[in-house]
Design a protein around this ligand. Structure first.
Ligand code: ANZ
Ligand code: ZN
Length: 845
């Protein structure tokens, strides 16, 4: 909790103690008892279907979506609730403001996590999944979330995965799904393919056997074909900068040059060795060459006296994981092949080494070693006694001994005709020279690899392809979908590296859709990330059965306006879904390029001890236990109040109790009629000002997803009303206005108590069908000033803000304004300065 909030809570709980002492003896009013009201409303709302989606084309729409969960056997913790309650509050808020709101829920039920858990607990996933989803459903209803359950979807149902297969075919037809051999980890003892995560330090995590890389046919989606657009379109979406950066780095676009070095080894056909470099300006500083151990030239060029050593090195290197090999911490190792190549610009002969820090799958699999200007090369050269040649002079320090590589800018030296050029210009000059002599060409490489989608596993959507002896690979025609996942008892991985489906004769043998001759079905299934790459479309019309979605409904609802989930999905799901959407856009299936307009990552809730909640630590807090003791509203209120939405926080029982006490006070305040009379003008004005200011604050806070400050504003408002009531007479109109406003503002965050108080005070069921209260700007803005926002000295935005606005709020408002974001997004924030009472000055680079 930030210090500012803590001091507010301090004030609030002080006044709470006083109030409690005063109220205790009265006893006229029934106690606030969540257990007596929450189940009742839950049933009533459900029976009346008050949250059913209304698709009204005359209204603006708001599509508010949570990452659809994989329902695990442990059920939801209060950490998950931190994701689902805020989106529920937003959905309720937009509904009250007259929007058509789509707020659905469904289950990411296919894939490895479910299958793994089924194996562990000795059940069949088909029986296990419905139990788990039922429990999630129950818990989400318990906390009072307003989903339209008639739109519930489940990715493991045939009426869903039929369309996952349909999208596979769409990619296939567009040349974006293909089958190719890929090197995968293989355990020679268990005879099974292992995922990257299942290999630790070169051995199988289960049996400890040294693993090997094996070439097996696998299915891929060609996401690399979309690399540039996946980077470019980050500019048009409102996502956390952190996630955008992770995606950019994951795609890893590098502009550089591919350079040929001359090769003249007797008996070897290849006459050149190509490297990829982003630093052509350092070419005169090359003192060795490094090939990846898997490079196809290794076995050809190695001289006979080096063979034994080289083979031994290759053997152990291929067992290391890519992550280990790339680690900068690790000591560099390698071995000399005995062969040389020629630097065609300097005519020098360069010794060729192999080393595991060169990756076979990046660039050309070969690196030109420039120890003076690259740190990895520097360490390698130190270890193997290779010479250093400085070719970029650090300004003023030419010729000095280097303690580490000089990777920064400088002037070119010892580089022939290029001497004296600043190295940035030198990059271009050398690239030009290489291109002119046809020994190099400018090129772009990416870190991103094609998306490996096939799993030799049971619990997934079968890949809709058959293999025909005559026609080869044939796609299953759309009208034959779904390819049903057969019911089998032995669904465990087979140990042969093939999917368990391969043992099911009735499944495998089929006829070719093309020639009608005998054919065999593909037995691989799709990994779960295929299912989650389009589910947001399905929610727009989940019962449509002639197409993945109803195009009209899709056009009305999409794109998703607010998407909320954990940051751990930054480069998998969030990249895959963007890729599929672009493919759909190109195919004319959807009219937009990006599926999720705005993305937010909720903060993590840690256990009270500050550690991650986990079953093994036994520190998981469930919503069930909290609701049982304090009610769902206290749980919701506390989840919203505990910290800014995107900030991590530790669970605190005291914090929860504080919110519970506040709800008690609200209960008393609303139900205990004040002494009515004729107060003075000033008192009436003061109360109305508080009412309208609070509505304004709550409205703006919800628009900006500042749930914690919204709750604290409602707490302060409660304090004020209590004090005003206790101080003397209140007139009926002003009090009713205050009560209406208070309850209506409580409806999104704490829906049960809001409904109970609303109906108890004679207002008409249901408060959740009412409109959000409007505020009178002149009353609300009585004590405000115009806050000006500048970006790099230019005026970009103005706001009317309260005179006592905090520095933090002023900066937040400035930075979250769309007009300001248009000038800051994609750039680095160098400075944000607040001049109280005047302006926020933002400097970006
Ligand atoms: C010479 C050089 C000199 C390099 C220098 C850097 C600095 P990014 O920016 O990530 O794309 N490289 C090329 N292929 C590689 C491979 N298969 N495995 C490991 N490293 C490889 O990195 C590009 C740089 O990574 C390339 O530029 C190359 O080293 C190295 F002062 O070439 B450089
Ligand atoms: Zn055929």
């Amino acid at each position: 909790m930030n210090p500012r909030l803590r001091s507010r809570v301090g004030r609030i709980s002080d006044s709470m103690t006083q109030t409690r002492e005063r109220e205790a003896p009265e006893g006229r009013i029934e106690r606030y008892e969540p257990k007596n009201i929450e189940p009742k409303w839950r049933e009533r709302w459900e029976a009346d279907q008050i949250y059913k989606t209304v698709e009204d084309p005359s209204k603006p729409k708001f599509y508010c979506l949570d990452f659809f969960p994989y329902p695990s056997g442990d059920g939801l913790s209060v950490g998950h609730v931190r994701n689902y309650v805020p989106t529920d509050v937003i959905s309720r808020f937009y509904r009250m403001r007259g929007y058509s709101v789509l707020h659905p829920m469904g289950w990411d039920a296919f894939g490895q996590p479910a299958e793994q858990e089924a194996i562990k607990t000795g059940r069949h996933p088909k029986q296990m999944v419905p139990q788990y989803t039922a429990n999630y459903h129950r818990q989400l209803e318990l906390v009072g979330n307003s989903y339209d359950w008639s739109r519930e979807i489940n990715s493991s149902h045939p009426d869903y995965y039929k369309w996952t297969q349909w999208f596979f075919l769409l990619l296939y037809k567009r040349g974006l799904a293909y089958r190719d051999n890929a090197a995968v980890w293989w355990c020679p003892k268990e005879l099974t393919v292992l995922a990257n995560e299942e290999v630790e330090g070169g051995v199988c995590w289960r049996c400890g056997t040294a693993v090997v890389k094996k070439d097996l046919p696998q299915w891929f989606f060609k996401i690399t074909g979309y690399a540039d657009r996946l980077i470019e379109d980050l500019e048009i979406i409102d996502w956390p900068e952190r996630i955008k950066t992770m995606q950019r780095n994951w795609i890893g676009r590098s502009e550089g040059v591919e350079i040929a070095f001359g090769l003249d080894v007797s008996g070897v056909d290849e006459k050149e060795l190509r490297v990829f470099t982003t630093r052509p300006d350092t070419i005169f500083g090359v003192t060795f060459m490094v090939l990846a151990p898997e490079h196809p030239l290794v076995s050809k060029i190695t001289t006979s006296d080096r063979k034994t050593e080289v083979e031994a090195y290759v053997e152990q290197a291929t067992r290391q994981s890519e992550i280990d090999r790339l680690s900068t911490e690790r000591e560099k190792t390698g071995v000399f092949t005995g062969a040389y190549c020629k630097n065609l610009l300097s005519d020098e002969m360069i010794p060729i080494y192999i080393a595991d820090y060169a990756l076979a799958t990046y660039g050309t699999g070969a690196v030109m070693g420039v120890p003076a200007h690259d740190q990895r090369d520097f360490e390698f050269a130190q270890k193997y006694g290779l010479p250093l040649k400085v070719v970029i002079a650090p300004s003023g320090h030419a010729g000095q001994e280097l303690a580490e590589a000089h990777i920064d800018e400088g002037t070119m030296v010892h580089s022939g005709e290029f001497d004296g050029l600043p190295n940035e210009a030198g990059k271009q000059a050398i690239a030009d020279a290489l291109e002119k002599r046809e020994i190099g060409r400018r090129t772009i490489t990416y870190r991103l690899r094609d998306w490996l989608i096939s799993r030799q596993r049971y619990w997934g959507a079968p890949i809709p392809v058959v293999h025909c002896r005559k026609c080869g690979e044939v796609a299953v025609p759309e009208d034959q979908l779904p390819v049903l996942l057969p019911d089998i008892q032995n669904y465990q991985p087979s140990g042969t590296g093939q999917s368990p489906l391969a043992t099911v004769k009735e499944f495998v043998s089929t006829t070719c859709p093309h020639c009608e001759g005998p054919a065999e079905r593909e037995t691989d299934t799709m990994g779960g990330f295929a299912c989650s790459s389009w589910y947001f479309l399905r929610f727009t019309s989940p019962h449509e059965d002639s197409y993945p979605f109803d195009p009209q409904a899709m056009r009305y609802w999409m794109p998703v306006d607010l998407y909320v989930g954990g940051a751990e999905h930054a480069v998998m799901h969030l990249l895959y879904a963007r890729f599929w959407t672009k493919v759909m856009y190109d195919a004319g299936v959807v009219p937009f390029k990006e599926p999720f307009h705005r993305l937010m990552n909720q903060g993590v809730v840690h256990a009270p001890d500050g550690l991650r909640m986990s079953k093994s630590r036994g520190n998981v807090i469930t919503p069930d236990s909290v609701v049982e003791r304090f009610g769902a509203d206290a749980l919701r209120g506390y989840e919203l109040f505990m910290a800014p939405f995107e900030q991590n926080v530790s669970w605190s029982e005291d914090g929860l109790r504080g919110v519970h006490r506040w709800l008690n006070r609200v209960w008393q305040l609303v139900l205990e009629a004040p002494a009515l009379g004729a107060p003075g003008d000033e008192a009436v004005r003061e109360m109305r000002r508080w009412t309208h200011r609070t509505i304004k604050k709550a409205t703006e806070d919800l628009e900006r997803l500042h749930f914690n400050t919204m709750i604290s504003a409602l707490m302060e408002y409660t304090n004020f009303l209590q004090a005003a009531r206790d101080a003397g007479a209140v007139d009926r109109t002003t009090w009713d206005e205050a009560m209406d406003s208070l309850m209506l503002m409580l409806a999104p965050p704490v829906p049960y108590i809001a409904e109970e108080l609303w109906t108890r005070t004679g207002r008409a069921y249901s408060i959740h069908k009412e409109s959000w209260p409007a505020y009178d700007a002149s009353l609300a803005a009585s004590e405000t000033f115009t806050l000006v926002v500048q970006v790099n000295g230019k005026l970009r935005e103005r706001f009317e803000v309260p005179v006592d606005i905090s520095e933090e709020d002023a900066k937040d408002m400035a930075l979250s304004s769309p007009k300001v974001r248009a000038h800051t997004s994609g750039k680095e924030l160098a400075r944000v300065l607040y001049v109280p009472g005047r302006l926020v000055n933002i400097v970006v680079r």
